[in-house]
Design a protein around this ligand. Structure first.
Ligand SMILES: [Zn+2]
Length: 248
């Protein structure tokens, strides 16, 4: 589904799929995250080139999860930017990791990397961690736009993975207060205003409390912030991952 947020922001994503964000500037376009499928990414590129008629300046990956970067193949001739950690993680994906994923011809690793942050006059890309150690956010001041990657899941349960750090994730969400924000593009789910940041914080905090034995699983399930989120199977997987972290 193509969501036109305003004349400068287009977001492509549906249900549980990851969002691809297109931001249009005077001098060209930037694309953040490229989806799981090179064919889909290629169609997005065609759509962008046919309808907007401006050059694509560069592409950004928020983190190494395949649903955010496998579509890079469609942008191989362009500059692709990510943290050095993300690029490194992409080179380390082994056969075991790739087993249950769609087969792709090759993984296109970002060539422009940064350690802490990367910026130009249009955007800031900042490594923050939390969802994964390599998670970055993208902030576009002229649009008051935050592209949060998988730090935010809106209306669906979060992917809490074995290398997620809930405490750090919560700190990052808290730190987002310093940005002027009108639109938040979550990694998955519909575009929202600032309120989804607070919702996400409350959601993670409750999960943390449950893991620490302070509230019950039932308390979580009855919480409207949990009830309204789709894809409960993601939630069971998240709890599994967190419990395994505690056993380690
Ligand atoms: Zn992710």
């Amino acid at each position: 589904m193509i969501q036109k947020i305003n004349d400068n922001i287009i977001v492509i994503g549906l249900d549980a799929s990851s969002n691809v964000t297109i931001v249009i500037f005077q001098e060209g376009i930037i694309i953040v995250d490229t989806s799981l499928f090179p064919e889909k990414a290629s169609k997005i590129r065609q759509f962008v080139e046919n309808t907007i008629k401006k050059p694509i300046l560069y592409v950004v990956n928020t983190h190494y999860h395949p649903d955010h970067c496998f579509g890079n193949a469609a942008f191989e001739d362009l500059q692709i930017i990510s943290s050095a950690q993300t690029a490194n993680n992409m080179t380390l994906m082994d056969q075991h990791y790739l087993e249950n994923l769609p087969k792709i011809e090759k993984i296109v690793v970002p060539q422009v990397t940064f350690v802490e942050e990367w910026m130009d006059k249009r955007v800031l890309v900042k490594l923050v961690g939390g969802h994964t150690p390599d998670s970055s956010i993208v902030y576009v001041p002229s649009q008051k736009l935050l592209i949060a990657g998988d730090l935010i899941f809106n209306n669906l349960h979060a992917e809490i993975v074995p290398d997620s750090d809930l405490n750090q994730w919560l700190q990052v969400l808290e730190s987002l207060k310093k940005y002027k924000i009108q639109y938040v593009v979550p990694g998955h789910g519909p575009v929202s205003g600032e309120s989804c940041i607070e919702e996400m914080k409350k959601y993670l905090l409750k999960i943390l409390r449950m893991i620490e034995g302070k509230i019950t699983y039932k308390d979580l399930l009855n919480d409207p912030n949990f009830e309204k989120r789709k894809f409960p199977e993601l939630f069971s997987w998240a709890i599994d991952n967190l419990l395994k972290q505690r056993v380690k």
